[in-house]
Design a protein. Structure first.
Length: 271
């Protein structure tokens, strides 16, 4: 039985306590929480700086039985100070989170790898894995690059995060997944999209952050991807739909996303 997590980006308008409630009502087992913004000025819920919101979030977790799969978003840049993440790590430990989404923004990949190693070491002390998400507009643009960095780093907590959208947009291949060590895949992200790829960075960013499609409603080969991924890791359903959100509330969208994801995974495992 697959474990599904409601990603923060699917319903970013919801603060963590409300996201947890929606996840529970819809039938998810887990949630992902965005404690740091994906871009300057972006939406995030800084639980490490808001004790009242942290307390309410912990209470909702206890009341619903929902657990926290991952925390977002850590952007590692040349000037990033690893020590500054200690409150973030501590918040993750209090929440019982398992994974951290890490993005690479340093064109010097040797320097990035050194910083990522130190990040992995620091996060692991709080029981958190560090999962490197490859995205075409970052310094880690594809699966091959991410896998090479993670293997070279060699830390037990280092992982490769596969997002169905970025997997396709980076022209990564299913056969390349077979070269990634099983223990480097801690969880993955599921959504859908049109077959036609955006031709600009702005187009890629807009689609990724605002307009994805529910699994099975687009043209990505999600069944093949689901077959290639381990069966026993969490599937984070990440489907931001900014236009649809104007007319359909977060719970309805989350419910639709989960139903669609379950259908894709069921097809992958039975056909």
């Amino acid at each position: 039985m697959a474990t599904f997590s409601l990603a923060a980006l699917t319903a970013l308008e919801l603060a963590p306590p409300d996201l947890i409630e929606v996840a529970a009502r819809c039938g998810y087992e887990q949630v992902g929480l965005r404690l740091l913004p994906a871009m300057p000025g972006g939406v995030a819920y800084g639980l490490m700086d808001d004790s009242a919101l942290m307390s309410e979030t912990l209470e909702r977790l206890r009341a619903t039985g929902i657990t926290v799969a991952d925390l977002e978003v850590v952007a590692l840049r040349p000037e990033t100070d690893i020590a500054a993440f200690t409150p973030f790590f501590d918040a993750g430990a209090r929440l019982g989170a398992k994974h951290i989404l890490v993005a690479g923004y340093d064109p010097d990949l040797d320097r990035f790898s050194e910083r990522f190693t130190r990040f992995c070491e620091a996060a692991s002390k709080f029981g958190l894995t560090s999962d490197l998400e490859f995205m075409p507009w970052t310094s880690v643009p594809d699966l091959t690059t991410a896998a090479r960095i993670v293997e070279n780093v060699g830390h037990p907590g280092a992982g490769v995060l596969v997002d169905a959208l970025h997997f396709d947009r980076s022209r990564s291949r299913i056969e390349d997944l077979g070269t990634v060590s099983r223990h480097r895949l801690h969880y993955w992200q599921l959504c859908d999209a049109p077959a036609e790829r955006p031709t600009t960075t702005d187009g890629l960013l807009h689609a990724a952050r605002e307009e994805r499609m529910f699994p099975g409603e687009g043209e990505l080969d999600l069944v093949a991807l689901a077959r290639a991924m381990p069966n026993d890791i969490t599937i984070s359903i990440e489907v931001p739909t900014v236009q649809l959100a104007k007319t359909l509330d977060a719970e309805a969208r989350a419910r639709r996303a989960l139903k669609a994801a379950r259908a894709v995974v069921e097809t992958a495992r039975t056909h």
